[in-house]
Design a protein around this ligand. Structure first.
Ligand code: FAD
Length: 339
């Protein structure tokens, strides 16, 4: 049984199979709807239903959808299944439609502790295999029991090895394994690339890049790309961390600002150690951005990292002038199995 999904602002349409969610069906047919966590948490894939009906597993409204929004006709495409043909208004992104989603074995070629709770993991693909992605996208590590864990590529798409920055989550099953058991030369299975968190190159507006902790990873990948290709717009990177010891890429970023005229970099510490002298910005990273940019009219904001940071930006930046459609984010939501 298939249903047809017609798009309001795109001449293409696609079909959903029984049990398939709208996002999965669209991606399968080469139509990319913005997406991020694919758990119904982050809200990146929200669309507006103009006609027809959808349903959710167990009739449970996804966390990203308020009761009010649901009444207005909004749907969360990574969880919604069609109930007959529908007419849907949702953004589509052609820039990432050319990447093939692959499942590949790979070898852990390096494991280096960058900070107390951050591990650098370098992955090597089998000879002659390519894993093409756009800077800012992420992959899933497929675990033996069927669970999956998402991590953003921190390396340039042109790099031979894939670089990940993995933060140890307290009681985290996979990240615990990375810190306590995993060794170089271990094998992993990855799937990807996923996500639509990429630098839009259809405008030259200044962009504010905001990272929280390992949220630096996708932004580093974008900046690696900028270092290779040059840039035609100002980029302001803000990196929030607890303490100076957590700024695991601080020196390199300072060097990059000397190399790239378009780049400025502001580290922001939320809990600087009193014993260490720190004369830089302190507090929450999004608040430090607003001190420097009290008016956000005419800029783009790209943010990645913990969900509370993303929520704080979503809640405060629009009233400071950030326009609808100028905010792109990668929210590091947790896997829904929680195990
Ligand atoms: C698109 C995307 C990209 C991501 N990219 C990165 C990345 O580049 N680097 C990175 O370090 N992380 C990233 N994450 C987050 C990462 O996927 C999770 O931290 C990871 O899945 C935790 O796995 P685990 O098995 O160790 O924890 P689990 O065993 O699944 O969780 C254990 C407990 O910790 C909680 N928990 C899980 N994850 C977190 C978290 N991140 N923060 C706080 N509590 C948590 C759970 O709710 C649970 O109670 C990304 C997430 C998404 C959705």
């Amino acid at each position: 049984m298939t249903d047809k999904v017609e798009l309001v602002n795109d001449s293409r349409s696609f079909s959903t199979e029984t049990g398939e969610n709208i996002l999965g069906a669209a991606l399968r047919q080469g139509i990319v709807i913005p997406h991020n966590c694919r758990n119904g948490f982050c809200g990146s894939c929200i669309g507006l239903l103009h006609n027809g009906d959808v349903e959710y597993e167990g009739d449970e409204r996804p966390r990203a959808l308020s009761e009010e929004k649901e009444k207005e006709g909004f749907v969360v495409c990574c969880q919604a299944k069609t109930n007959g043909d529908i007419l849907l208004e949702v953004e589509t992104i052609d820039a990432v439609a050319d990447t093939e989603i692959k499942t590949l074995p790979c070898r852990v070629s390096r494991l280096v502790k960058l900070a107390d709770d951050v591990m650098l993991m370098m992955l090597k693909l089998p000879p002659h295999e390519k894993f093409q992605f756009h800077a800012g996208q992420y992959l899933d590590i497929l675990l033996r029991d069927g669970r999956r864990r998402s991590f953003s590529m921190a390396s340039s798409p042109s790099s031979e090895l894939i670089e990940l920055h993995i933060r140890k989550v307290p009681d985290g099953s996979f990240t615990g394994e990375v810190f306590n058991e995993m060794k170089e030369k271990d094998m992993l299975r990855i799937q990807g690339p996923f996500g639509t968190f990429i630098l839009r190159d259809d405008n030259s507006r200044p962009a504010i890049l905001i990272a929280g902790g390992t949220g630096l990873a996708p932004l580093k990948s974008m900046l690696e790309r900028v270092r290779e290709q040059g840039c035609d717009r100002p980029l302001h990177l803000y990196w929030g961390a607890r303490d100076v010891r957590d700024l695991y890429f601080h020196q390199e970023l300072n060097l990059w600002t000397k190399e790239l005229d378009c780049l400025t970099y502001t580290p922001v510490l939320s809990e600087p150690d009193a014993a260490e002298s720190w004369s830089g910005a302190t507090g929450w990273v999004h608040e430090a951005v607003l001190v420097d940019f009290p008016d956000l009219q005419g800029v783009d904001v790209y943010a990645s990292g913990p969900p509370p940071m993303i929520n704080a930006i979503q809640n405060t930046f629009p009233e400071k002038g950030l326009q609808q459609g100028h905010f792109y984010f990668d929210s590091f939501e947790y896997a829904s199995d929680g195990a």
